[in-house]
Ligand binder design. Sequence first.
Ligand code: PLP
Length: 362
Amino acid sequence: MSKQLNFGAGPCILPQEVFEEASKAVLNFNGLSILEISHRSPDFVAVMDEAIALVKKSLNVPEGYAVMFLQGGASLGFLISAMNMARKHKKAAYIDTGVWSAKAIKEAVNAGLEVDIIASSKADGYKSIPNIDTIDGDYDFVHYTSNNTIYGTQFKKAIDSKIPVVCDMSSDIFSKEINVADFDIIYAGAQKNLGPAGATLYIVKESILGQSSIPMPSYLNLKTHFEKDSMFNTPPVFSIYTSMLNLRYLLKTGGVAAIEKVNQAKADLLYTEIDANPLFMGNVNIKDRSNMNVTFVLTHEELTDEFNAAWKKANIVGLKGHRSAGGFRASMYNALPLSSVEVLVQTMKEFTAEHISKINKK
Ligand SMILES: *Cc1c(COP(=O)(O)O)cnc(C)c1O
């Protein structure tokens, strides 16, 4: 079967070269399968060291920041970040941009913190990113989700804050340049833009480690993992290995600055078509549109079955919107080539050429 064009929101597409190299290591990685080697073997320790070094290189991680690979996904990151940032106020500020922020808020409450939602786009159905002034106040930290994977909204720049900042970057990390020094904790599940599911990336300001004001179970304490170089327990070896390969590929092809340009070109191409094509309409505020997850609807919902058939025929998969948002969602992570977006745009043009006359007659 020919390879399909994967617009799915996650687990995501990775470069073909990375799939091939990873698959070779499943069969033979220095005489054993990557799936059977000891995580304490020098061969894997070298993989972990390189993965961490490549994260630091690709995001220009400054001195005083630690990079760690844990497990539990961003879903455990909601709890881990809140627990590790709890201080004397035991109170945190959260920005609510939809489902993922709501889950983060729930875990902060589970950690025993008081949560103030200081900004929210709930009133407009999460079709925007709220306007936010400089954040300050009697909070231990502020938390936000840089890209809302479900609604297709994205913060175009880091928030301005006088208090420590925690950010869930699961669906846009490595897609554009960031200034790591703006953050105290960044966390991201690997499976959107980094590698296979299993590993969760943490980039943490070292000075926050061990400062929590609440009881900390060993696994949830980032200091535990820092002191054990991400080897406190058996790490997800294959996920970290493949993430490392993907980061090598990213750097070889120009790094984050280069892929940011490609991602912008892909987004411009698709949004231009959505805005020009009378049968389609974007879901969110133009200035808050995500370059990673493009959400849109048909202006004539009765054509849904026909459009679904058209993109499936074009060998596209994963275009269906999230069950809580409906419509369509084109996820365009780093590894999705511009050529796949061209196929989608062409499919939309042909679909409209075929159906517009029938609509106009109604
Ligand atoms: C996918 C996603 C999550 C959940 O990640 P898991 O690794 O499955 O726990 C959290 N936040 C954002 C923004 C996501 O896109």
